[in-house]
Write a protein that binds this ligand. Structure first.
Ligand code: URA
Length: 213
């Protein structure tokens, strides 16, 4: 506290004036995050709210430079309320560490915030409704790079239907934000097709080099 403020308080106290201290306000972005998270938690925009245990908002550093976007919560995510915490998530965490990134370097979210029954693919109406929340998350994180994991996320974010194998290996931009976006395999796919792990590693190395530059 500066000397002049200390003096000012001393005089005010001597004059019997109680100090009125302004309560520190949460930064705008914090309150926006809370509002968005509460809105998502109460969302009933599509029928998935009937079968969910809870919504799955996101995890990681909300100020991260890399935002990782998957498809939709699975059973474990639905149970825990966090994205990528099942087997695919464990592989994702290993990949993140394997390319030299730390947990605080990333923010992780999905296109859908509710689990589709039996892990079926999200339908276009669900993605259109829920994607609005994702777009708000992207705006709040304002990452330097986005990495879309798997066909569903890549197609939704890029508005294309090109096979994932042809989308890998080059950079795109995400909508009007113009944030550079890369595409790689979904970790659940890698669990089923471990021979493609080497290609995924190449994708991740490219992104991590850009980040760690
Ligand atoms: N698959 C996803 O796309 N997201 C998750 O959160 C879990 C599995």
């Amino acid at each position: 506290m500066s000397e002049s403020i200390v003096k000012q308080r001393h005089y005010l106290k001597a004059m019997g004036i109680d100090l009125w201290l302004e309560r520190p306000q949460a930064p705008q972005s914090t309150s926006n995050w809370q509002k968005l998270e509460q809105t998502v938690a109460a969302c009933q925009r599509c029928a998935l709210h009937c079968s969910r245990k809870q919504t799955v908002f996101g995890r990681g550093n909300p100020e991260a430079r890399l935002m990782i976007i998957g498809e939709a919560p699975g059973a474990e995510e639905d149970r825990q309320g966090l994205p990528f915490v099942g087997r695919a998530g464990q592989l994702l965490d290993k990949i993140i560490e394997g390319v030299g990134l730390k947990a605080e370097d990333v923010y992780i979210a999905n296109v859908l915030k509710c689990r589709p029954p039996n892990n079926r693919d999200p339908n276009p109406a669900e993605m259109a409704e829920c994607g609005e929340y994702l777009q708000q998350q992207v705006a709040l994180v304002a990452p330097q790079f986005i990495l879309a994991l798997g066909r569903i996320a890549a197609h939704y974010l890029l508005g294309v239907s090109t096979p994932l194998s042809r989308l890998r290996g080059q950079s795109y931009v995400f909508g009007q934000t113009q944030i550079p976006l890369w595409v790689s395999y979904h970790p659940a796919y890698l669990l089923r097709n471990p021979t493609d792990k080497a290609k995924a590693y190449e994708d991740w190395l490219k992104v991590s080099h850009l980040l760690l530059k």
